[in-house]
Write a protein that binds this ligand. Structure first.
Ligand code: F3S
Length: 403
């Protein structure tokens, strides 16, 4: 791989220990994937922030990078942590865990990372535009950035996203190359989809079918009646989260949504998904009956302000009967404070779990069954926490908390 003189200097340690380590990671990745050069990135999003996932080894690596003088050279934000950084006690987090999680956040802060802790950086100021090269590591946000915003990123891991942040570069391969963004298969899907739960179920189904398909997974989604089933920001973030979870998909084209969809014709090979299959996917994610639900959570991916407004409207003057987590980014919560939504929601007994989510928080064994509108949350709640799950529409999930 050809390196510029600045990149060579980084590799030989002239910009400090951590920058050298970061450039080593990127050069190795570039060699593995056959990149010919590095390209500058304008932003990074780092995953692997929850101490529950990182453990001691991960914390040690971050502390070492911070001590070695690593400094972010581009706008860099963080994925959710394992707790609400301010209100962890109210979430039932232990003091030991909180102390370790704080050390993780502090290490990132020392490196000049904006510690917003959210999987929707595009809702809180880290918003790349069309054609911009970025290095993001949250799979749902990667899919959203490529497919909805038209920015260009591979699915980075935590270390490679950090390396891109500390150097300002990433190897030019994969989805950074225009030709690699060409769709490989057309997916004809049902015309009518109702809200986040059904968009999420479609993501699960398309993801699973693409796994079986086996070849390069870059689908061209067609068939959705966008007048009657609007591809809203909320529906798309749900779809992106689940197609990435169930199918490892980093990008799709959707007519009327993806900026580059007009550049390519739909591929001749077609996979069809029926309404019956969609209903079956929803059923599959509901192994709990409503009576079993003892935990309700909305905000996977993190809630938008409009979604919080809707929750406030539904909870106004009512009391929740189950543990109900509202998960969002801290800046979004601050806007909810200003709009008065927070007061209404907290008066109902629901809890804001800011900076975190029902997947990355250390809550295994604390609950029996989760009600959510998120196909991604269903996957991880079952796989990681061993919860039963019940998927419902957004409004119905709020009803579950009140039942
Ligand atoms: Fe975000 Fe947590 Fe879901 S990181 S996408 S809310 S699993």
């Amino acid at each position: 791989m050809q390196l510029t003189s600045l990149q060579q200097e980084m590799l030989t340690g002239q910009h400090g220990h951590s920058t050298r380590k970061a450039m080593e990671i990127l050069a190795t990745l570039g060699e593995i994937y056959g990149a010919e050069r590095m390209i500058p990135v304008s932003s990074a999003q780092i995953a692997g922030v929850s101490y529950d996932n990182l453990g001691e080894a991960g914390l040690h690596f971050l502390a070492e990078m911070a001590a070695g003088g690593g400094q972010a050279r581009v706008l860099t934000t963080l994925n959710p942590a394992g707790m609400d950084v301010e209100n962890w006690e109210r979430m039932g987090i232990s003091a030991d865990f909180a102390a370790q999680q704080q050390r993780v956040i502090e290490a990132f802060a020392r490196m000049g990372v904006v510690t917003t802790c959210s999987c929707t950086p595009y809702l809180t100021g880290n918003v790349p535009h069309y054609g911009e090269h970025i290095a993001w590591a949250e799979s749902s946000a990667v899919c959203y950035a490529n497919s909805v915003l038209g920015a260009r990123t591979n699915r980075e891991g935590g270390p490679s996203a950090l390396a891109a942040a500390l150097t300002g570069f990433t190897p030019a391969y994969g989805l950074h190359i225009a030709e690699n963004r060409r769709p490989t298969v057309t997916m004809q899907v049902p015309a009518r989809l109702a809200g986040t739960a059904e968009f999420g179920a479609l993501g699960k189904l398309t993801g699973e079918r693409l796994e079986q398909y086996g070849k390069e997974r870059l689908p061209y989604i067609t068939g959705i009646d966008l007048d009657r089933s609007p591809a809203s920001l909320e529906n798309l973030k749900s779809f992106c989260a689940s197609i990435a979870t169930y199918g490892g998909v980093a990008m799709f084209h959707m007519r009327g949504v993806t900026p580059e969809a007009t550049l390519f014709p739909p591929p001749n090979e077609i996979i069809t998904i029926s309404r019956e299959e969609l209903d079956a996917a929803l059923k599959e994610m509901s192994d709990a009956v409503p009576e079993e639900v003892d935990f309700v959570s909305l905000g996977c991916p993190h809630l938008s302000l409009a979604e919080i407004a809707r929750i406030a409207q539904l909870l106004e003057g009512k009391k929740v009967k189950k543990t109900f987590w509202i998960t969002t980014a801290r800046p979004t919560k601050q806007m909810a404070d200003m709009a008065g939504y927070t007061q209404t929601i907290e008066a109902s007994g629901a809890i804001f779990a800011v900076d975190t989510c029902c997947v990355v928080a250390p809550i295994r064994g604390r609950f029996h069954a989760l009600a959510t509108d998120s196909a991604k949350a269903c996957y991880y709640a079952a796989a990681k926490h061993k919860f039963k799950t019940l998927i419902r529409s957004f409004d119905e999930v709020v009803e579950e908390a009140l039942r």
